[in-house]
Design a protein around this ligand. Structure first.
Ligand SMILES: Nc1nc2c(ncn2[C@@H]2O[C@H](COP(=O)(O)OP(=O)(O)OP(=O)(O)O)[C@@H](O)[C@H]2O)c(=O)[nH]1
Ligand SMILES: [Mg+2]
Length: 663
């Protein structure tokens, strides 16, 4: 059976709870204090099957002091019943609740004109007109407006029919695969332990699932769950659920946290977002203290306005650099602000972490008095700590601010492409695609493949980078090597790590490696410990070339008693500086190998190892000590000691006290 979550909304005393009770038979006001005062304080819940749909009602308080609780309930709803008492018509919290629904992009709803028994025809008509005016141009324009009386029962048949109608079409909820249940209640049940309730806004939760209570790192296991009071093996997006958690104290979980799939959300104090300031809010100052609401959480924070504000409404003047003055004294400094009714980009700086993914909607209320002022869309839940007072910062957010309302692959690709461009050389870890691009886990592989196939992005191990970044790195490598070979023709190239530090210090090593691998595969470079252009030939002068031949021969002939470098220069008949260059080259080429302070020809060392290994063929455990080594290879102690230690390092021998065992 389909499930639809319906939230009530509207001014205090307009009959929201009475309407829910009349529809479901359940009084949503469950607290003693609520009964005593005759008002709703906190969220109430009830459910009822109407037609072929199971409706879960979230009844919210209308009192202006409890808007915070209203916000905790409205986040996960599929549709709203905007309740307007026919005898009072539209009142302040009618507007505020409606604004919240609009800012959160609640997809559907209807209007109930309650207390119809208290209103005559004229009053009813007036209320109807005021409602029409309120909802004009919004998601509720054209929605059913149904007069009802909880007292007489009039109109409820029509209301049920309207609910069923709207409920049938309100299935637009994005069923992102990651589980997310913003927690609205936590209690302890005898014999069961901790139970949390909330609306599962995305994904699926099943018994035995391991989830995360976030913010925080508390891992929990689902011991059991109920949907609409019935025990179930699992719950899916759009269902109100009560979840029994194993191994958690009731005190360690609270409203405002969310039960989520680990790794799919950022726990963050910083987020970049769009912001729509309500037309009747005050201008929003840069740095204003606000209350941030998302899911069931309320978090204090500040809003920083990004760049020269959009729409040209706000003053783009940068903050003048001058000593701080007493408040109100800087009247001549144009304040940075966003004007009512306009839209801009902001960086939200929160005082404690929120659990966010790209694409989340949020609400802002003023710090004091706490009235709703704005809402918006999270564009990046993990923004780079770059300056935001610049045109570039605005451009960056414009890039990220792609319209995804249509959903689907094209919107995903635009969003992912924009995020990949945004991270630049730093790259986007594949693990972040879900939270930072707002893409369903199940779709990640396909979206990544599509971007790669379209040559928009390159995947290197677990990283994604913009194709332009990747091409840029390759070009930079070729340019650096070209310059290097020109300046130092005898050098065999640039050490790989040095090249990465120089060209791609901010980037992921995997991306750099992939760039080198591609250049190598295309035969443009040779990349080992050193990287060189494939076309690079050691450009030795005739003198160097002669020296190389002579020096190499001297070391080969010297065998285990090689000449020292000074003698070599003389033997080759070249200046010491030339000999030195050539000696370095031969070492880089691994023709000569340094052992302690001595240089040996590589062929000589290979032969030595082969000879030692061959001793084993002579039988049993073979040991060798310094004396036998000296005798057998005809060398003095000066060469024998470093060579034996070299053999130990090469794991040809192992030292055991005074002797060595051949391995
Ligand atoms: N005459 C009449 N009274 C009603 C009707 N609906 C509700 N009331 C009364 O209006 C008062 C407020 O109703 P509630 O349902 O508690 O109002 P509410 O909107 O839930 O109020 P809050 O939750 O505090 O915002 C109660 O005394 C109800 O009995 C109705 O249709 N007709
Ligand atoms: Mg109520």
């Amino acid at each position: 059976m389909r499930s639809v979550v319906v939230g009530t909304a509207g001014h205090i005393d307009h009959g929201k709870s009475a309407l829910v009770q009349a529809l479901t038979g359940t009084d949503p006001d469950r607290l003693k204090e609520e009964k005593a005062r005759g008002i709703t304080i906190d969220l109430g819940f009830a459910h009822q099957v109407i037609g072929d749909t199971n409706f879960a009602f979230v009844d919210v308080p209308g009192h202006e002091r409890f808007v915070k609780n209203m916000l905790a309930g409205v986040g996960g709803i599929d549709m709203v019943v905007l309740v307007v008492a026919a005898d009072e018509s539209v009142m302040p919290q009618t507007r505020e609740h409606f604004d919240i629904c609009r800012l959160l992009r609640i997809p559907a709803g209807l209007v109930a004109l309650t207390k119809s028994d208290l209103a005559d025809a004229d009053m009813l008509e007036l209320a109807r007109l005021e409602v029409r005016e309120l909802v004009a141009g919004s998601f509720l324009e054209g929605a059913p407006v149904v007069p009802v009386s909880a007292k007489t029962g009039d109109g409820f048949e029509a209301l049920r029919a309207a609910l069923a109608d709207v409920g049938r079409t309100s299935d637009a909820r994005g069923h992102r695969g990651v589980a997310r249940l913003p927690i609205d209640r936590v209690f302890s049940m005898k014999g069961f332990g901790t139970v949390v309730t909330g609306t599962l806004v995305s994904g699926r939760v099943a018994v035995d699932d391991e989830l995360l209570v976030a913010p925080g790192d508390l891992r929990v296991k689902v011991r059991g769950l109920q949907v609409h009071g019935q025990k179930q093996p699992s719950a899916v997006a759009g269902q109100r659920s009560a979840i029994n958690l194993a191994g958690v104290e009731v005190d360690h979980v609270h409203r405002g946290q969310a039960l989520v799939t680990a790794g799919a959300f950022e726990q963050t104090r910083l987020a970049d977002a769009t912001l729509e300031l309500l037309p009747d809010a005050k201008p929003l100052k840069h740095g204003a203290r606000v209350r941030f609401h998302q899911g069931t959480a309320e978090i204090l924070g500040r809003v920083a306005l990004v760049g020269p504000p959009v729409d040209g409404v706000a003053s783009p003047a940068p903050r003048p650099a001058r000593p701080r003055r007493a408040r109100g004294a800087a009247a001549d400094a144009p304040a940075l602000m966003l004007q009512p009714g306009s839209r801009g980009y902001v960086r939200l700086r929160l005082e404690s972490p929120a659990v966010l993914a790209r694409g989340d909607r949020y609400i802002l209320r003023a710090y004091s008095p706490p009235i709703t002022i704005a809402g918006g869309l999270i564009l990046d839940p993990k923004p780079p700590r770059t300056a935001i007072r610049s045109a570039a910062a605005v451009e960056r957010l414009q890039q990220l601010d792609v319209d995804r309302s249509a959903g689907g692959e094209a919107a995903d690709l635009r969003a992912l492409g924009a995020m990949i461009d945004d991270v630049g050389p730093a790259g986007l870890p594949l693990a972040d695609v879900v939270s930072r691009a707002g893409i369903e886990p199940a779709a990640v592989a396909a979206r990544v493949d599509a971007l790669v196939a379209a040559r928009r992005a390159v995947r290197a191990a677990d990283w994604l980078v913009a194709a332009a970044v990747f091409t840029g790195v390759k070009d930079a490598v070729v340019a650096a090597l070209t310059e290097h070979h020109r300046a130092q023709p005898i050098s065999e190239g640039i050490p790989r790590e040095e090249l990465r530090e120089r060209l791609f210090a901010r980037g992921a090593a995997a991306v750099f490696d992939a760039a080198l691998a591609e250049l190598a595969a295309a035969n443009r470079i040779v990349a080992r410990d050193r990287v060189a252009l494939a076309s690079h030939k050691l450009a030795l002068t005739p003198e160097e070339d002669r020296a190389r031949t002579a020096i190499e021969r001297a070391f080969r002939d010297g065998g285990l008693k090689p000449p020292d470098s000074a003698a070599v220069a003389a033997a080759a008949g070249v200046p010491a500086a030339v000999a030195d260059r050539v000696l370095k080259l031969l070492q880089r080429q691994k023709t000569l190998v340094k052992v302690d302070v001595l240089l040996f020809h590589d062929d000589v060392l290979k032969q030595l190892k082969a000879d030692i290994v061959a001793m084993k063929a002579e039988g049993g455990t073979v040991t060798i000590d310094v004396a036998t080594f000296k005798e057998r290879f005809g060398v003095t102690r000066k060469f024998a000691i470093p060579l034996l230690e070299y053999l130990d390092r090469e794991r040809v021998t192992r030292r055991m006290g005074e002797t060595r065992v051949v391995l």
